[in-house]
Design a protein around this ligand. Structure first.
Ligand code: SF4
Ligand code: SF4
Length: 446
C-alpha cells in the first residue's frame, strides 16, 4: 500500500512503524473471510483490508478523526483472526493499537462515550470495585429491559456467571507439595478476580500438587489490556511498568521460572510488553524479560508432569478456543491435549478460534455486534452435544454463560478436578453417558 506520511510524521516512531506495516499490505483481501465483523455486515469498512485503508487515512491526516473511521475501527474486535490469514504477514494487531491511541489522543468522542469508557475502566481494572459493581448488577438485573442497550448488556454480563465466593487468592507464597520442582508468579488480576476468583485458586492447587511453588504477586493486579483496547496507551504502559516491577523484583529476590496467566487476554498483553515499551529506554529491556517469562496456563501445564486420577466423569467437553489464545499467542494444541490426558473427550467447533464477541469490554461498548457473535458461537458450541463448555479466558466465559445451556468453566478448573481438586460449579453429575473414556489415565506425563 502506498503511503504519504510527511517527514515530520515519520519522526514519530509509532507512525514510522505504522508506515512499514501499511506498506506491507497488498490489498489481496485474503484476510476478509477470517474477519467476524465482515462476516456479519459484509461492509468492506468492517473488514481488515477496509480498516487498513481507514487507518492509513487517519494516521496521515491531522485534526479530529472522521466519524466513519472511528465507527468502523471501534467495531474491530482486535481478535487478530486476520493475521494468520494474511500471506504478507501484515502486523494488523500493532496497527490497530496505534490507530486506537491516535483516536483517543485526537478524538472528539461524545461526553456520553467518554463517560462510558471512563466508568468501565475505573471499575473493571480494580477487582474490589468490580466485585461491588457485579453485586449491584445482580440486584438490579431485572431492570435490564428498561435500560439503554449498553447498560442492559453490562447488567446481563455482570450477572452471567454464578456469584463469586470469596476474593480469590491473597498475595503471598503457596508452597509446593513434596519436592519443589519449580517456582512461578501469578498476578491477582482485575476482572477475573472479581467474577471468577476460583480460577486462580484452582491453578494454585493444581500447580502445588505438581510440585510447583506459586507466588501471587503484590504491587500490581491489572495487566493494562483493557486500557490498551480502549486506546489509552499511557495508562496501559503505566500498568505494564507496575507489573514488570512486581515480576522482576520477585524473580531477583527468590527466582521465578515463569509468570502464568489464566486469562488469555492478559497473556497476550504481557507477551507484548516488549513491544509496548520498546520506545522507553528505561523499561524496554525489563519489559522484554517479562514477556519472555509469560506463559499461558495451558502452555506451562503442558510442559510439566501432571498426574491425573481416572477421569472423574466421562464428560464430553466442548473446547472454546479464545481468539486471544489462538491468534494472539498462537497456542492451540495444549488445551485439548491436556483435557484428553485428564480423561475427558474433547470436541471442538468448526469455527475454532473465531471471536465470541467478548473482546475486553467490546460486548458492553458494541452490544449488538457482540450479541450476534456470541449467539453464533453459542450455537456452534451447543450443536456439539457436549456436557460442558471449557474456555481459557474469563471474558469468553462471561460472554457464553447464559447463551449456552451448559456449564461454562475454565480449563484449569477441569484439570484441577481431574487431579484431585473439587469439581467446578455446575459440572458434577452432568455426564450424559456420552464420550466413552479413551482409557484410564493415571500419572500420565505429557
Ligand atoms: S490479507 Fe494481508 S495483505 Fe491481503 S489485504 Fe489482508 S492484510 Fe492486506
Ligand atoms: S482484528 Fe478481528 S475484527 Fe478486527 S479486522 Fe482483524 S479479524 Fe476483523
Amino acid at each position: 500500500m502506498k503511503t504519504n506520511f510527511s517527514s515530520a510524521q515519520l519522526s514519530d516512531p509509532r507512525k514510522k512503524e505504522a508506515d512499514g506495516i501499511l506498506r506491507s499490505c497488498v490489498h489481496c483481501g485474503f484476510c476478509s473471510s477470517a474477519c467476524p465483523t465482515y462476516a456479519v455486515t459484509g461492509d468492506e469498512r468492517d473488514s481488515p483490508r477496509g480498516r487498513i485503508w481507514l487507518i492509513r487515512d487517519l494516521l496521515e491526516s491531522e485534526g479530529p478523526p472522521k466519524d466513519e473511521a472511528v465507527f468502523h475501527l471501534d467495531r474491530c474486535l482486535e481478535c487478530l483472526a486476520c493475521m494468520p490469514a494474511c500471506p504478507s504477514g501484515v502486523d494488523y494487531g500493532h496497527l490497530i493499537g496505534t490507530a486506537r491511541e491516535e483516536i483517543e489522543s485526537r478524538g472528539r468522542r461524545s461526553w456520553r462515550d467518554r463517560l462510558r469508557r471512563w466508568a468501565l475502566l475505573s471499575t473493571l481494572t480494580d477487582a474490589a470495585r468490580a466485585r461491588r459493581l457485579f453485586a449491584l448488577a445482580r440486584n438490579v438485573r431485572f431492570l435490564a429491559a428498561l435500560m439503554p442497550s449498553r447498560v442492559a448488556a453490562a447488567l446481563r454480563l455482570a450477572s452471567a456467571l454464578p456469584p463469586a465466593s470469596g476474593a480469590g487468592p491473597r498475595a503471598g507464597v503457596y508452597p509446593a507439595s513434596g519436592t519443589r520442582k519449580g517456582r512461578v508468579g501469578v498476578l491477582r488480576g482485575c476482572v477475573q478476580a472479581a467474577v471468577a476468583p476460583g480460577i486462580n485458586e484452582a491453578l494454585i492447587r493444581l500447580l502445588n500438587r505438581a510440585g510447583i511453588e506459586v507466588v501471587v504477586l503484590s504491587g500490581a493486579d491489572c495487566c493494562g489490556a483493557l486500557d490498551k483496547h480502549l486506546g489509552r496507551g499511557d495508562a496501559a504502559r503505566a500498568r505494564a511498568r507496575a507489573v514488570i516491577a512486581a515480576v522482576l523484583d520477585e524473580r531477583d529476590r527468590k527466582g521465578l521460572d515463569a509468570v502464568i496467566q489464566t486469562s488469555s487476554g492478559c497473556g497476550t498483553m504481557i507477551k507484548d510488553y516488549a513491544h509496548l515499551l520498546a520506545g522507553d529506554a528505561a523499561w524496554a529491556s525489563r519489559a522484554a524479560e517479562v514477556s519472555v517469562l509469560a506463559r499461558d496456563s495451558s502452555q506451562y501445564l503442558a510442559g510439566i508432569g501432571l498426574a491425573f486420577r481416572p477421569a472423574p466423569q466421562p464428560l464430553v467437553i466442548a473446547w472454546q478456543a479464545p481468539c486471544s489464545l489462538t491468534n494472539g499467542q498462537r497456542v492451540t494444541a495444549e488445551p485439548p491435549v491436556l483435557l484428553r490426558a485428564a480423561g475427558f473427550t474433547v470436541v471442538e467447533p468448526a469455527d475454532g478460534g473465531t471471536c465470541c464477541g467478548s473482546a475486553g469490554v467490546y460486548n458492553v461498548l458494541e452490544p449488538d455486534m457482540a450479541a450476534t457473535l456470541g449467539d453464533r458461537k453459542a450455537a456452534t458450541l451447543g450443536a456439539l452435544g457436549a456436557d460442558v463448555v471449557v474456555s481459557g479466558n474469563v471474558g469468553c466465559m462471561t460472554q457464553l454463560a447464559g447463551r449456552v445451556a451448559l456449564p461454562v468453566v475454565h480449563l484449569v478448573e477441569m484439570l484441577d478436578w481431574a487431579s484431585g481438586g473439587p469439581p467446578p460449579r455446575g459440572v458434577q453429575g452432568r455426564a450424559g453417558g456420552r464420550g466413552a473414556l479413551e482409557g484410564p489415565l493415571t500419572d500420565l506425563l505429557y
